[in-house]
Design a protein around this ligand. Structure first.
Ligand code: NAP
Length: 333
């Protein structure tokens, strides 16, 4: 019998999750049945979408139920197996949750190749954030060489990859991030052409300075006032990729809609939302290209690893909402 600590949803938060949102329990897992694996988790992915999964609303995935183990994608090692496709010692990714150990029937579990990249990168640039950046830019945003591309939350997991893909594909890339250090990293380390510190104020003025002719593509991770600034500086035929709106995830009332939306009409522009899971059958294609960019140095990965145990999950998750992370936020247990 294997004992495991797990983080469960205790109550639905209003606003930012607090200590009362979570409860840490210890559970004994049953013996393995036929066709199952027992995994030991090493890395837990922290994702802004987790905040949405705590709300009892209709969405692209059902909400996490009160008392359930919090849903999370993990990197883990197989330590027992009765499954024909997985051997003891395999490193895998799967939605095992916020837990130390888990039993799985193997559905949705992928083997990961640590010779290509370390575990946390498989939750970041080579994982869902990388896929999101790839399909969001190339399929939804229809990126073209020569485009002027604006990316928000640009120092984060999705944004940092999106900006680098856009550079690799011949675009001029402007990133928006919170703070001078993140902006320095974007331009000096990740190859962005310009960076805007939204905490320094007047994003629209800063944007008009670095992109006086407007932008062709806005990869929006944050919504709110930054989306309005982007709308106010479009070029004809611009595309806005609605990837996320983290500025609103902890709001208790729906925020006001974009006040500049008439720019879509004036500039014959479009704004399209997407969910990365819709491209699941094409992940291998994206993975191969991202791995190639990684190998030839056009893609650099950034991971922000917090060392600890599952009980630190709640505090670590909130780092996403204060901007305390740079790159993919991961809890190493
Ligand atoms: P991340 O960017 O690594 O972390 C979140 C970042 O958001 C923070 O570091 C912070 O950076 C920024 N932020 C937080 N609150 C903000 C606010 N009020 N205003 C402006 N910026 C704020 O997270 P991620 O995993 O890469 O996710 C980025 C976005 O992609 C999220 O909106 C997420 O929901 C979305 N997403 C969508 C899909 C999809 O299928 N559509 C899939 C994955 C992720 P600063 O320091 O720069 O503020």
């Amino acid at each position: 019998m294997t004992k495991t600590q797990q983080v469960r949803l205790a109550e639905r938060p209003t606003g930012l999750p607090t200590a009362d949102t979570w409860t840490v329990t210890t559970t004994e897992l049953p013996e393995l049945g036929a066709g199952e694996i027992l995994v030991k988790i090493s890395f837990i992915s922290l994702d802004p979408a987790m905040r949405g999964w705590l709300n009892d609303v209709r969405s692209y995935l059902p909400p996490v139920g009160i008392g359930e183990v919090m849903r999370a994608l993990d990197i883990a090692t197989v330590i027992e197996s009765t499954h024909p496709d997985f051997a003891v010692g395999d490193t895998v990714s799967g939605t095992f949750g916020v837990t130390e150990y888990a039993i799985s029937n193997g559905r949705g579990v992928q083997r990961v190749d640590l010779s290509l990249a370390p575990g946390p990168t498989w939750l970041g640039a080579l994982g869902i954030p990388g896929m999101t950046a790839y399909f969001g830019l190339l399929e939804v945003g229809k990126l073209r060489a020569g485009d002027t591309v604006l990316v928000s939350a640009a120092a984060g997991a999705v944004g940092s990859v999106a900006g680098q893909i856009a550079k690799a594909e011949g675009a001029t890339v402007i990133g928006i991030a919170g703070g001078a250090e993140k902006c320095r990293m974007l331009t000096e380390e990740l190859g962005f052409d310009a960076a805007i510190d939204y905490r320094a104020g007047d994003v629209l003025r800063q944007l008009r300075t670095v992109a006086p002719d407007g932008i062709d593509l806005y990869f929006d991770n944050v919504g709110g006032e930054i989306l309005d600034a982007a709308l106010a500086n479009l070029r004809r035929g611009a595309r806005i990729v609605l990837c996320g709106a983290i500025s609103a995830y902890n709001e208790q009332k729906p925020p006001p809609g974009p006040s500049r939306y008439m720019s879509l009409l004036v500039f014959r522009a479009s704004m399209t939302g997407f969910v990365v899971f819709d491209y699941a059958d094409r992940y291998p294609e994206a993975g191969a290209r991202l791995a190639q960019w990684l190998a030839d140095g056009r893609l650099q990965t950034r991971e922000h690893i917090v060392e600890g145990d599952v009980s630190q999950f709640g505090d670590t998750l909130n780092m996403l909402f204060s901007g305390a992370n740079t790159g993919k936020l991961v809890l190493a247990i």
